[in-house]
Design a protein around this ligand. Structure first.
Ligand SMILES: [Zn+2]
Length: 379
């Protein structure tokens, strides 16, 4: 049994490295452990043993140890057993990450998520464009995502507005009017209903969204941090005043303008006819109160977000890739605190493996099930 015990010492350190590797590669021509590991075996058996200097004998023992290793590896098919073997600790609570847990694939067990959800007192929900996509809201990014012949990153910039405020206002006027024909979907409703229900139990749900369409608000979400601003707010370029604005059209000159077809000619409206500030004595040019490409987030909003992420005990990442902004900024910092993070998305990303849960599919479907009333809720 000595070789087995020796290997356990070396093997535990190596299991984590072998985990992501296809088992077939470990059973092929390649030896399952390195020269360094072989040297450790030598040293453990004693440098004076002439028997161990015989390469043929070593080779046969190596084969034996390889077989034993594979038998042990097959026994470690359960993640929780693996965690115990690596850390000599009790298995982690469901959803809490340990050293080997981070290497494992996230759970897609809805029952396990529901256990964590039932205990959570402060839930932060980070949402992105994927949530609104299910309501048919275009992003004007990616393949086919054009307004006339431009994508959002060409129009949603301070430079584009400075060069051609009429064109940029046409773009935003079109988006505002389009939103009047869209409605919140099942994902928005599930989040808003969850907030209303949990608030009666003294529990909190806060939504941190990059979406500017206000669909969360229309679904009934109250505790909402819109980190990219809103299509329905304006900011004065002269006095800086921020105001809600739900007018349709936002100004007379833009009525009937903003058609998205590539052949449409720019309206080329005079700046004086574009939306103007209504504060007495100002009448400066208004711009959409949204964060454009190349601009920084509002520091007050960001401070609020940081506060929520520091105290939440469950984090949901919904409809946004976890490798790109803003989820890339927020979710990993929550996961690093050992707080369970659950991702609801149409696809996996490289960051998915650092989270506790991943639910693939339309978030309207997955989220409705995930956030439904738990049997332990008494109100
Ligand atoms: Zn003003």
């Amino acid at each position: 049994m000595a070789p087995t015990l020796t290997f356990m010492t070396v093997g535990c350190a190596r299991v984590a490295h072998l985990l992501p590797v296809d088992v077939a590669s470990a059973t092929g021509d390649q030896a399952p452990f390195s020269r360094q590991s072989q040297a450790l075996l030598y040293r453990h058996r004693g440098k004076t043993s002439r028997l161990w200097q015989d390469k043929q004998v070593f080779s046969s023992v190596q084969n034996l140890v390889s077989k034993i290793f594979l038998m042990i590896l097959l026994q470690f098919t359960s993640r929780r057993l693996l965690y115990q073997a690596c850390s000599s600790l009790k298995p982690p609570p469901i959803g809490i990450q340990g050293p080997c847990w981070e290497m494992a694939r996230p759970s897609s067990s809805m029952a396990d998520f529901r256990e964590v959800f039932a205990k959570a007192k402060h839930i932060a929900v980070i949402t992105g464009a994927g949530v609104s996509a299910e309501s048919g809201v275009p992003t004007f990014r990616g393949a086919g995502g054009y307004w006339r012949k431009w994508q959002a990153q060409q129009l949603a910039t301070p430079e584009a507005f400075s060069r051609n405020p009429s064109r940029v206002w046409e773009f935003y006027h079109y988006r505002r009017e389009l939103m009047l024909s869209k409605s919140p979907n099942a994902a928005h409703v599930a989040i808003a209903d969850c907030e209303a229900r949990l608030s009666k139990q003294g529990r909190k749900v806060v939504v941190v969204t990059q979406n500017i369409d206000e669909l969360h608000r229309r679904a009934g979400s109250k505790d909402l941090l819109e980190i990219h601003g809103s299509l329905f707010k304006t900011r004065c370029t002269n006095c800086g005043n921020v105001a809600e604005n739900y007018k349709s059209p936002i100004c007379k000159a833009l009525e009937g303008k903003g058609a998205p077809d590539p052949d449409t000619q720019d309206a080329c409206l005079p700046v004086g006819d574009l939306p103007r500030c209504e504060k007495q004595g100002c009448s400066g040019l208004l711009r959409p109160h949204v964060v454009w490409f190349g601009e920084t987030l509002d520091s007050n909003v960001l401070t609020e977000v940081e506060k929520e992420l520091d105290v939440c005990d469950l984090c949901l990442v919904v409809g946004t890739s976890s490798v790109v902004y803003p989820a890339a900024m927020f979710a990993p910092q929550v996961a690093a605190r050992g707080v369970p993070v659950a991702e609801f998305n149409m696809e996996t990303t490289p960051a998915t493996t650092s989270f506790s849960f991943h639910f693939q599919g339309p978030c309207g479907t997955t989220l409705s099930e995930a956030l439904a009333r738990h049997e332990s809720e008494i109100i």
